[in-house]
Ligand binder design. Sequence first.
Ligand code: WTA
Length: 656
Amino acid sequence: MSDTSAAPDKIDRLIHKIESHPPTPEFVAGTKVPADIREQAAADRLGFWEARARELEWATPFTQTLDWSNAPFAKWFADGQLNVAVNCVDRHVAAGNGDRVAIHFIGEPGDTRDITYADLHLEVQRAANMLESLGVTAGDRVALYLPMVPETVFAMLACARIGAVHSVIFGGFSPDAIRQRVDDAQAKVVITANGSNRKGRVFPLKEAVDEALTKPGHSVEHVLVVKRPEHEVEMVEGRDLWWHDEIAKAADTHEAQAFDAEHPLFILYTSGTTGTPKGLLHTTGGYLTQVAYTHRTMFDLRDDDVYWATADVGWVTGHSYLVYGPLANGATQIMYEGAHDFPSLDRWFEIIEQYKVTIFYAAPTAIRGFMKSGREIPQRHDLSSLRLLGSVGEPINPEAWEWFREVIGGNTCPIVDTWWQTETGAHMIAPLPTQDALKPGSAQAPVPGVVVEVIAEDGRRVDPGEMGLLTITEPWPAMARTIWGNDDRYVETYWSQFPGRYFAGDGAGVDIDGDLWLLGRVDDVMNVSGHRLSTAEIEGALVEHFFTAEAAVVGAADETTGQAVVAFVVLKESQREAAAATDAVQELRDWVGRIIGKIARPRDLYIVDELPKTRSGKIMRRLLKDVAEGRTVGDTSTLTDASVMSAIAGGVKTST
Ligand code: WTA
């Protein structure tokens, strides 16, 4: 653990009264969220979750709620059976809502497609038949490397329908990253597209999959290719198939079988503090219970809402709050393929205006980006349809929170700051917009049914006004069940720091009203534009380059992206000449982009003679962070050679 020294102004906020925004009577009128929901959850926590689970459609109703006998491996609703796709699609059609739009799809080039629940029903059944005809059966893994297009949702739900486990790989990841994930999960089929539309150009997806599969010894039998942009790709005979050809052969109806509540639903990889990404495994009944409940409660969902989460489906927000939560609730939502600034920064606001979006869920990094480009951009659009705004992925600073509320939210929309993780599966900390007075910058309170505690390093519960570490003390339905293929790593990573508690890796403060403030990661995980990146993974990529002897990576504060990747590299003696003859800095930055993906490419990279190390040989990243953030370098007394830091700081000044 490196530091809990979040911005000092945070401490102020913990001990002073903060002006908050109580819900207006107009906002609260007509809500479906019970006024006593917290009391209900507190009076009988397991009974509360049981009631939430019973709101789903079960083929075999469960009789057990939680089985924690093999902690920390939880089982929820274990003797019940259900089908996720039936819950997200069929039951809405059966209830007479087939004509309701499930997804307003908007392509980046401007093409649109409105998909009703009846359309979705047909597409998912056909896709399920198609996957079965390719030999995919329950328990098989299917990797998805796809753009934000409707087929991605069809494919995820088709997997769920037949009990196959999907592993969505973010479309910006490199061939190496794809291969690592395909191998780890032993995926039988990869579903990709011939490309994605990105800022008017084609981003090649199929080529990346081809490259990932060049080396033999992989588990993939077929690659299904969705045709999206005009872009030719090579098809490997016998292995590659066009989605449109195969789906044309598939029957329109598919009888869904119910699966055990603990049947695996998906694997999603995320960065940890050590080298390889962790494949978090989520299962069926508990996950769907909590994503559906939180989506309608924290966002106060109503029948006439038009909901929009801007997240990519490659991240957990896309899984829980674009696919499973909203569809389980029968909501109408937007799915937008492209970049927020293409063809101009007006794009998102045009969509809100045109589709009369009422609930808008985005990341602080986007909000800070818009703040920078100026309020005139949102202000030239009619955003009056909006009634609630959500924030996710990183701490939202009070200034961005206020700007979001005032400029996008017309001074009236509540802002629901939602704290959660890939591991937690669903919202864990967020205010209730129908009852809480909202505090700019605070996620405030645990979701009803969730129990958290902020503790000091010694395990003592912190007092109001103090900062500490966020832990979760009771199991929750959407919790990841394990790390795919590595139970030990699951226990070790999340449950061993404080026995009996889940430790999230985040620092948090408790203010004098008892409200929670999330303060960012306290481990070697960075958060860049709401995307988790591991310092160790980027360091690993850098040392794979033949120029590099040693590398250290830190997350430095960045006004827009929250944090930015800053790397310090020591060259091999033998490569100094070769490096001097090229633009080694550029070469190494691009290298990281190629190995992991563009999102991991360092913002700044400094070639240094030595890294600061303690006598035991540990790299002191804290000092490098000082340099990267332009601060005076802190205490260097434990270094073997204190002059290293002045050399680094001097070098950094001259190269910026
Ligand atoms: C951070 C994204 C502060 C946090 C859903 C967490 C947040 C990590 C918030 C998980 C928030 C997410 N306030 N920090 N509202 N939401 N985080 O797995 O550090 O991509 O541990 O899940 O993002 O990132 P992940």
